[in-house]
Design a protein around this ligand. Structure first.
Ligand code: NAD
Length: 491
């Protein structure tokens, strides 16, 4: 089994054996892939280091690198069906969602392809005719990219596209649960014109195949998307060699609904915000914070709608949402719900696996609503990363903001209201990296994405997303070099 891409060659595992990839919707075997160890990752780091230190990529003119990314976008569009199918088999998500993801990924390649080379640095006025000073942007070096399973290729390309645009080389370690589209990506990048050694891929578990990317002295930057606990381990490991670190971590995202919001719209978004991809979305609207006077009517309608959601596998045209990623993850969600109920939450619907025999081999879990959760309880503090909506109630604007900000996370949030001034006021006061007004989930490649507080460090997307992968170097030249003679004793 040769699934690692190192130095432009497909190679097999040195010692790690293989791992079965199974579709979470029915447990069927998708493939066996090579399981990497520390040695495999070290070989990939060596290849990326050599390609950076002696290869052509860092000094390739930035517009040429940009053209290669534009070509990658085109190739992805041509291969969309293959990529989308592979993504759905690994994740269990609906094919139509994987197809949307591929469109978003092509847009991301295009955005960074066009951005590459747009900023060639600047001349700085020294005020001194005998000095010349300029700032140039250079690639950081070898990047270690570690990505999760919920949007496997999307999260990966949010890193790969700016890293390549800026002239870096990289080693990618995707989630061990969802490797396929990253394997396909290596061939696509090669076909687009990325030189050998620039893009490297290893597969396997985090502590074995991923950890060297945060520890090895030859890696200059580690960019990680995943859970908070793993992010802390990676940041601590990266500190030993003072790597540049970017962390895109979890969220516990508030969705604030005022009584004056359009009722049907707000209910519809509340449902989509949490139950899309069975809640396995970092920006999922997992905390519904609703104004007291509409609480009963609003929650009743959310529950009614949640009970109508049709579960199904990736290729079931009637399915509206799919399974959880693994048996272990479903157990984690079950434990979260049990703890919430112990702490006083009222289960309004769901809270169990579906009884239908059709789902017995997959990792399905019913859309769940937990009402009357207490502020400060586990249910509102911890990410379940499953189809579980918690409900809190507020009295007025100040109360809404205070409750919505009472979390150590700060990834995203939304406010629903028909009062335009209040919408802006509340959006200004919410301490989360992305705020939606009367909407949920849209993001743009040209606008930054990243977390406040413990949701992360550093930005993806947008022009400063590219800057994450660049060093800004100030070059100052004295045009009349000679002795300074600052100290009279030296005369
Ligand atoms: P995870 O932290 O378990 O794993 C993420 C990646 O880290 C995987 O590739 C894993 O193999 C690797 N890993 C694990 N331990 C490691 C170690 N010691 N050293 C190096 N790598 C290691 O997360 P997950 O379960 O795959 O993903 C779900 C989490 O990701 C959720 O918390 C979700 O909110 C978050 N997420 C955040 C964003 C965002 O944009 N902020 C986007 C998607 C997902």
């Amino acid at each position: 089994m040769a699934d690692f891409f190192i130095g432009g060659q497909w190679v097999g595992a040195r010692a790690g054996g293989t791992r079965e990839i199974r579709c979470p919707a029915d447990g069927s075997l998708v493939a066996e892939v090579a399981e990497g160890t520390r040695e495999d990752t070290e070989a990939a780091i060596a290849a990326a280091r050599a390609a950076f230190d002696t290869g052509p990529w860092p000094s390739t003119p930035a517009p040429e690198r940009g053209d290669i990314l534009l070509r990658a976008a085109e190739l992805l569009e041509q291969r969309k069906d293959t990529f989308a199918r592979a993504e759905s088999l690994d994740t269990g998500k609906r094919l139509v969602e994987s197809e949307y993801d591929m469109d978003d990924i092509a847009a991301c390649f295009r955005y960074f392809g066009k951005l590459a080379g747009q900023d060639a640095g600047r001349v700085v006025d020294t005020g001194n005719p005998d000095a010349f000073s300029r700032v140039v942007y250079e690639p950081v070096g070898v990047c270690g990219l570690i990505t999760p399973w919920n949007y496997p290729l999307l999260q990966t390309v949010w890193k790969v596209a700016p890293a390549l645009a800026a002239g870096n080389t990289f080693v990618l370690k995707p989630s061990e649960l969802t490797p396929h589209t990253c394997v396909l990506l290596m061939s696509l990048l090669t076909d687009a014109g990325v030189p050998a050694g620039v893009a490297n891929l290893v597969l396997g578990a985090g502590p074995a195949a991923g950890a060297p990317l945060s520890e090895h002295p030859d890696v200059d930057l580690v960019s990680f998307t995943g859970g908070l606990a793993t992010g802390k381990v990676i940041a601590a490991a990266a500190a030993a060699t003072v790597k540049k670190v970017a962390l895109e971590l979890g969220g516990k995202n508030p969705n604030v609904v005022f009584a004056d919001a359009d009722f049907d719209t707000a209910v519809d978004y509340a449902i989509t915000a949490i139950f899309l991809h069975s809640g396995q979305v970092c920006s999922a609207g997992a905390r519904l914070i609703v104004q007291r006077e509409i609480h009963d009517e609003f929650v009743a309608e959310v529950v009614r709608r949640a009970e109508l959601i049709r579960l199904g596998g990736p290729f079931d045209p009637d399915a509206e949402t799919g399974p959880l990623i693994s048996a272990a993850h479903r157990e984690k969600v079950e434990q979260y719900v049990a703890t919430a109920i112990e702490e006083g939450a009222v289960l309004r619907t769901g809270g169990r696996r579906p009884a239908d025999e059709r789902f017995k081999d997959g990792y399905f879990y019913l859309p769940t609503v937990l009402d009357d959760v207490r502020q400060g309880s586990t249910a509102v503090r911890e990410e379940s990363f499953g189809p579980v909506l918690t409900v809190e109630t507020f009295t007025d604007e100040d109360d809404a903001v205070r409750i919505a900000n009472d979390t150590h996370y700060g990834l995203a949030g939304a406010v629903f209201t028909n009062d335009a001034s209040r919408a802006q006021r509340v959006a200004n006061r919410l301490r989360h990296g992305t705020i939606w007004i009367n909407d949920f989930h849209p993001y743009l490649p040209q606008a930054e994405w990243g977390g406040y507080k413990q949701s992360g460090f550093g930005r993806e997307l947008g022009p400063t997303g590219l800057a994450e992968y660049q060093e800004a170097k100030h070059i100052y030249q004295n045009l009349r070099p000679g002795p300074l003679r600052w100290f009279s004793g030296e005369k």
